[in-house]
Design a protein around this ligand. Structure first.
Ligand SMILES: Cc1cc2nc3c(=O)[nH]c(=O)nc-3n(C[C@H](O)[C@H](O)[C@H](O)COP(=O)(O)O)c2cc1C
Length: 187
């Protein structure tokens, strides 16, 4: 592996010679992820894509990140508009997750789901478990993807179970019964 400091702040690395990308994919399939639909819009064009690579970055100021493949329409529109929304799907919305990850879906307009539109930009899913409206602060290239770090401008949330994805299947969170004092302690 060759890794070096780039601009004194970021590492760049070539692929590890001993690692097959199929092994990496298989291993990553074990990680359960909360399913979201990331949206953006600009000049009447809208995009929406299913994404699990969403993560909290900072609390004050509120920031989150999403990793988006550089080859897609969503990447192009977020780059241009510098705005995006993360719509966390409710447990019963797997149909939306399937639709917004299908490569042959209609381009330019969101055809499935109840979307709220505003002059600010990114469409928000009316019955999502959570919606985050973000403005891009940083776009960091990482291999095939770009990590967009967004300043969270607005949040809406419902007391709804989110949809999860693991090993190619959609499902939901099942709480285990507390087994020891450690399980009930806050950390
Ligand atoms: C459950 C699930 C999670 C996904 N997560 C991501 C993700 O985090 N980032 C990404 O770039 N693609 C992700 N994808 C793939 C995109 O949804 C898919 O490639 C989509 O067609 C891209 O849309 P676009 O080309 O219009 O941008 C995911 C797909 C599924 C089914």
């Amino acid at each position: 592996v060759s890794a070096q400091l780039d601009n004194g702040s970021a590492f760049t690395a070539s692929a590890a010679p001993g690692l097959r990308s199929s092994d990496f994919r298989t291993a990553m399939r074990q990680l359960a992820g909360t399913v979201t639909v990331v949206t953006s819009s600009e000049c009447g064009i809208e995009v929406a894509m299913t994404a699990t690579s969403v993560c909290s970055v900072s609390v004050q100021p509120a920031q989150l990140l999403v990793c988006i493949n550089r080859g897609g329409r969503t990447h192009e529109l977020i780059t241009r508009s510098r705005k995006f929304a993360v719509n966390v799907l409710a447990a019963e919305q797997a149909e939306l997750a399937r639709y917004y990850s299908a490569p042959d879906r209609a381009a330019g307009r969101l055809m499935l789901g109840r979307w709220l539109r505003s002059s600010f930009g990114p469409p928000l899913l009316a019955d999502a478990a959570v919606t985050f409206t973000c403005e891009t602060l940083q776009a960091v290239q990482a291999g095939t993807h770009t990590i967009f770090i967004g300043l969270v401008l607005n949040v809406q949330h419902e007391a709804t179970m989110p949809l999860l994805y693991r090993c190619g299947a959609f499902g939901q969170f099942v709480e285990s019964a507390p087994q020891s004092l450690l399980d009930v302690l806050d950390y």
